[in-house]
Design a protein around this ligand. Structure first.
Ligand SMILES: [Zn+2]
Length: 281
């Protein structure tokens, strides 16, 4: 069985990077006589619009991407995410955190803090023992307790595509490494009571995804998804990361950096055949 998905966010118009990912995923599914699902990642309600969502369907249809059944819309799954969060609460693996960004910065600049190498702002676990309510603040995963709960120091997943540093094959991660790199990350944001990481983990399980095909900018957060799968007794799919399409200067295409949309490429008279050839597909 081979089931994959394409999961755009309706926060803007799709560009060539999206087309590349969608067409690659469709090729992969076709080669394996599999199924392709569509998922609309619209939990960020302030940034998503119905017009962008409609345009996603039009663009994908025009590109010839075909998906099975009704798309899963994350905004309709909030109670499902809440149930999963409750499982983690019941296992005692999460805690509330009322730190602001500047609180975290302050804690990190304390001279006895060794958790941070200066490269990123890693949450130092300030609220772990505070027993704050989970209702009105961010909820974080306690990685120390998670490690004890899983009774293992390692998690792993199979990479059948290629990571940013050419990673391929069985990928093993120490939970301690995860803690150093990300700290106790947020799994439920105060406002939406879920997070990207929790939502995609649950959605992949719900849509019975066997192969997650996506850009390799998400390779480095895959261990976050894998530890959540382990804690929630969900199967870990195979991951098939692909390289990103870049602009002339080697930068990742982004809506925020003015990448040309599929809609405008289409309106300028470019054919799908030409798009496929630009993308090397
Ligand atoms: Zn905190």
């Amino acid at each position: 069985m081979f089931i994959s998905r394409f999961a755009p966010s309706p926060t803007g118009l799709l560009h060539l990077g999206h087309a590349y990912s969608a067409l690659l995923t469709q090729n992969l599914v076709t080669r394996n006589s599999g199924t392709l699902h569509l998922r609309i990642e619209d939990i960020d309600i302030t940034r998503c619009t119905p017009d962008f969502e409609k345009q996603i369907y039009r663009d994908l249809e025009w590109l010839g991407v075909q998906w099975e059944s009704t798309p899963l819309r994350q905004s309709e799954e909030l109670s499902v995410y809440k149930n999963s969060l409750k499982q983690l609460v019941d296992k005692g693996l999460v805690y509330g955190c009322d730190c602001t960004r500047s609180d975290i910065k302050k804690a990190l600049s304390a001279p006895n803090n060794l958790a941070n190498d200066g490269s990123a702002m890693v949450y130092p676990g300030t609220c772990r023992e505070k027993n704050l309510s989970l209702d009105n603040q961010n909820v974080r995963l306690n990685l120390l307790k998670s490690k004890n709960y899983l009774e293992t120091n390692y998690i792993n997943f199979s990479e059948q595509g290629i990571g940013p540093n050419k990673e391929n094959g069985n990928q093993i991660f120490e939970i301690g490494w995860l803690e150093k790199k990300y700290g106790d990350f947020i799994i439920a944001r105060k406002d939406i009571k879920t997070s990207y990481h929790l939502a995609v983990t649950i959605d992949d399980a719900k849509q019975k995804i066997t192969h997650v095909s996506r850009g390799n900018d998400l390779f480095h957060v895959t261990p976050i998804h894998v530890i959540l799968q382990n804690l929630l007794n969900l199967k870990t799919p195979v991951y098939v990361h692909h390289p990103l399409i870049t602009d002339k200067n080697g930068n990742k295409l982004a809506k925020s950096k003015g990448a040309e949309s599929i809609l405008s490429i289409r309106n300028s008279g470019t054919t799908i055949k030409e798009i496929r050839s630009i993308l090397g597909l």
